[in-house]
Design a protein around this ligand. Sequence first.
Ligand SMILES: [Zn+2]
Length: 241
Amino acid sequence: MGPPPPAAPPAPVRPAAPAAPEYELRRSRRARRITVRVDPDRGLVVTIPARGTIRDAEAAIRELDGWIAPRLIALEGRRRRAAAEAADGLPFLGLPLTLEPQDGRSRVHRTGDRLLVPGDEQLRGPALVAWYRARARDEGAARLDAAAAALGARYERLRITDTRSRWGSCSSTGTISLSWRLLMAPEACLDYVVWHEACHLVHAHHRPTFWALLQEHVPDWREPSAWLRENGTDLRLLLPA
Ligand SMILES: [Zn+2]
């Protein structure tokens, strides 16, 4: 037996490459180039042209890391905050309602500041959305009727939508659309959006005459408008686990 073989030299230490963030890869026939975005619901989304490769997508992520990283961190923070809030309850016109799961229940029912919700988690989300939609119709219609009457204008119908980036709209045919998600924001936000769209029944543009009319009826419209701009992406229905 000879002397023990010399210990193998330690493997060279390579600087640890930062882990690539998770991303959703989308392939688009219409895309001409690679686009990278941080979506409030889906996280990092990379869209590549039909002939693009995963390698192209990952090269784009590396190249844009300085842009992507802070946005993913901000998104994660917003998700955590929203999830923590949802664990206690869900906001309704800015007030928290406590969720009370009940076995055998299929629909949501509000009693005071409590929301009785299906115990079955599969049913809970859709039942809550249905409940918010119905409330958006009640609350939206009452406000819209009052605003239209005050303006001496009339609308054709109220449509409840699911958009997050567009709280309301007013079509040239007089259909007013409101997102049910507005019902999760403070009440002043719903008032503001209803009045904003109602003023479009009179002025179908954003020229100074439009803003003057809005100002006349909702003097402090700037605050809810800023609130929606700032917090809008948090108005997702996040259900406690
Ligand atoms: Zn507008």
